[in-house]
Design a protein around this ligand. Sequence first.
Ligand SMILES: CC(=O)N[C@H]1[C@@H](OP(=O)(O)OP(=O)(O)OC[C@H]2O[C@@H](n3ccc(=O)[nH]c3=O)[C@H](O)[C@@H]2O)O[C@H](CO)[C@@H](O)[C@@H]1O
Ligand SMILES: C=C(OP(=O)(O)O)C(=O)O
Length: 420
Amino acid sequence: MEKFVIHHTDLLQGKVRISGSKNAALPILAACLLTHEPCIIENVPPLTDVLNMLEILKGFGAEVSYDMEKEVISICARELTSIESFYEQAGKMRASFLVAGPLLSRYGQARLPHPGGCQIGSRPIDLHLKGFHTMGAKSKQEHGIIELTAKKLKGANIYLDFPSVGATENIMMAAVLAKGKTVIENAAAEPEIIDLADFLRELGADVQGDGTDTVEIIGGKELGGATHQVIPDRIEAGTFMVGAAITGGDIILENVREEHLKPVIAKLAECNVKIESIPEGLHVYRKGKLQPLQLKTMPFPGFPTDMQAPFMSLMTMAKGTSVITETVFENRFTHAGELQRMGADIRIESRNAVIEGVDELTGSKVRATDLRAGAALILSALAAKGETEIGDIHHIERGYYKIDEKLRGLGADIQRTEEN
Ligand SMILES: CC(=O)N[C@H]1[C@@H](OP(=O)(O)OP(=O)(O)OC[C@H]2O[C@@H](n3ccc(=O)[nH]c3=O)[C@H](O)[C@@H]2O)O[C@H](CO)[C@@H](O)[C@@H]1O
Ligand SMILES: C=C(OP(=O)(O)O)C(=O)O
């Protein structure tokens, strides 16, 4: 097991290239199962979640090759030999369940374990299943395995009780080969949904309305192959922005889309961080003392829950009282306890975190409790006095490619060593 050892860093400075988005790449890789033609997916960093998804696809019989240097994946799901994935792979990540829609619509069956992923709430899959049922599928769950069957999926009107990202993606993929028209109402509108829709259209599917709360798919179009470039990772970009803010640094982010980061940029501006669009990307620097914030996580275009933990780190150093309300997941404050070890003053009251800014944090031994919680600890460690050791960094590596190397490139003192 490895850990990160981090020493105080005065300011992050320089340029950093943002990788392709994990949460856009994973559904797109699953969508390759919809077609028997070859697909080429570019700008996909070799994160552990990506490697795991490729193992799942290979397990179904898809031909997969990955040029990790160039970050390009080729997938051909000409003939599948299995419709079953296993606990060892599925238990590691939420996105493992995104193969359900493609398998069900192409093969009429799937046998999948309940998905894993960050432990940030109960994370049921009822909305995915409700969508499949409305399209004519049946499901049965026994011993942690969900068995899905459908003679032929039929297009349907589906209203989601909550704009779930995963349910919207799964239903979109199921609808592409279903007979007739599917309308998803109260759909998620995240940039990752638009990237998936773009890929499905490149395959030949008829998808409209993505990026709004109503997505319409006319199923049954003949699908071919496609070459697709995945969008930049807005959460990785936001994490580096907070890195510049918390160290009082000055950095340039390359390969970013400003329109995906609006809610993050708006909150950073409120606490005295300047973000300017320049030809190379986004220039981020702090203008004065960090100001406290009130923020509430919401589905897009609201403030992203995946940026909540990094912002909590930032708020621990702002002068005054900040309040963060987490509305998307019911248990996404586990980083608060670890930040307290570093001297942060945080009180959790149900879905609210009340943060009193402190003059300084001090380095300590802490553990990444999930992916973004781990990122938050790295950010706090950069600002803290002395040395911080972060264990369980495998969580962080699910979603940040070479984060230590990228931070060192900006002047951070971060080393990777073996845990004793
Ligand atoms: C791989 C991936 O893309 N992960 C992202 C995706 O997760 P994921 O797709 O799991 O997130 P959802 O949008 O589905 O979940 C949002 C809320 O809906 C609930 N829910 C969801 C599905 C369901 O069937 N029933 C139900 O009750 C969840 O428990 C949660 O409280 O979107 C989240 C919200 O932006 C992000 O934090 C994750 O990083
Ligand atoms: C919660 C996340 O991932 P997952 O849905 O895979 O657990 C995340 O990317 O922050």
